[in-house]
Design a protein around this ligand. Structure first.
Ligand SMILES: [Zn+2]
Ligand SMILES: [Zn+2]
Length: 344
């Protein structure tokens, strides 16, 4: 089969490799579509990911497709021809964190890569927890949004946002836009902070009530505060960029008693400074959300199925598998803020 193989830093090749052998508890899926993801872009740039992937390795983790072969112990649940969407990981359900309802922090998360290929093998652990049949009315592209959307839905719940709140979303890449779409659809007034007019237009299209282009604004913090009642600040702020500057902005944009979710992961070694008294006397809650759990994988499919989000809101184009290495090179100039459907 044809597959993308990651060899290291900015080294991705399209090769012919063997179709994976199916073990008794595994599933072989013909990939209908794989979606590029900001995480894949980061991995491509640094050449590895401590927990997710060690090169040389098959690459890509957001996918939907058709079952080709089911291992003998999973044939009762999966049959050839079934359309499925699979998450990129699954927890053990036995460790300290899993038993405390924090399966996203599982000490033994099993990750799967290999979506950028004609066929992909889904290992037993992920089958047990995080593979679902795609409802007949959903396309592969819509279904493949499940994994990133699950992270977003969990982030929203962790932040504790209610209808009627004013929430700032910093960052209008694919993840930021998903936050804006879901929140605005749930009666939240969203102020989007981004850069470039294309991002600002996209934010408005998915429901932002106000947009601030920080490349054209001298002080994004005061611009946000001016858009809140009595310049009090927002009820909650979600940071979906992953930089020291925007993490600091988030802390200054929230009102007293509000919650900040530092959702975007910064490069390793990043240090953040903040004013301790501002934090203490304002009773700000600071959180960070990482990854997803099986519950949110299911909720994501439900949200997509009900039409709360659709791939057309976030997908910027469609390419063939052979074009993938060039696409990553191109993304370098756009800092990874593209989401593209890869057709094997
Ligand atoms: Zn992803
Ligand atoms: Zn666990």
């Amino acid at each position: 089969m044809t597959a993308a193989v990651l060899y290291g830093r900015e080294d991705l090749k399209i090769e012919t490799v063997a179709i994976p052998a199916v073990g008794p508890g595994d599933l072989l899926v013909r990939v209908g579509v794989a979606l590029t993801c900001g995480t894949d872009f980061k991995v491509w740039k640094q050449g590895y990911h401590a927990r997710m992937i060690t090169p040389p390795a098959l690459f890509g983790h957001e996918l939907a497709g058709v079952v080709v072969e089911a291992g003998e112990t999973v044939r009762d649940r999966f049959r050839p021809g079934m359309r499925v969407v699979a998450a990129n990981s699954a927890p053990c359900n036995e460790c300290f964190y899993c038993l405390r309802d924090r399966a996203n922090l599982c000490e033994d998360l099993v990750f799967n890569n290999g979506a950028y290929a004609e066929y992909t093998l889904i290992p037993g652990r992920i089958l047990r927890e995080n593979v679902m049949e795609i409802p007949a009315h959903l396309s592969f592209v819509d279904a493949a949004l499940v994994e990133p959307l699950a992270c977003v839905l969990r982030g929203i719940e962790e932040t504790g946002i209610s209808s009627g709140d004013t929430v700032v979303v910093i960052g209008c890449g694919p993840i930021g836009l998903k936050f804006i779409r879901i929140l605005s659809g749930r009666g939240v007034r969203v102020i989007a902070v981004g850069k470039r007019s294309s991002q600002m237009n996209a934010a408005e299209r998915v429901g932002a009530a106000a947009v601030i282009d920080c490349s054209k604004t001298e002080n994004a913090v005061s611009a946000v505060r001016h858009l809140t009642e009595k310049k009090r600040g927002a009820d909650a702020v979600i940071e979906a960029v992953g930089s020291a500057t925007t993490w600091q902005w988030a802390l200054q944009m929230v009102r007293c008693g509000g919650t900040v979710n530092l959702f975007g992961g910064c490069p390793r070694g990043t240090k953040i400074e903040f004013e301790s008294s501002a934090l203490h006397y304002s009773e700000i809650t600071i959180k960070s959300s990482f990854h997803h759990t099986p519950r949110f994988i299911r909720e994501a499919l439900k949200a997509i199925s009900h039409g709360e989000v659709s791939a057309s809101d976030f997908i910027t184009g469609e390419i063939r598998l052979s074009e993938l290495p060039d696409l990553f090179q191109h993304m370098k100039n756009r800092n990874g803020t593209l989401k593209v459907a890869v057709m094997p």
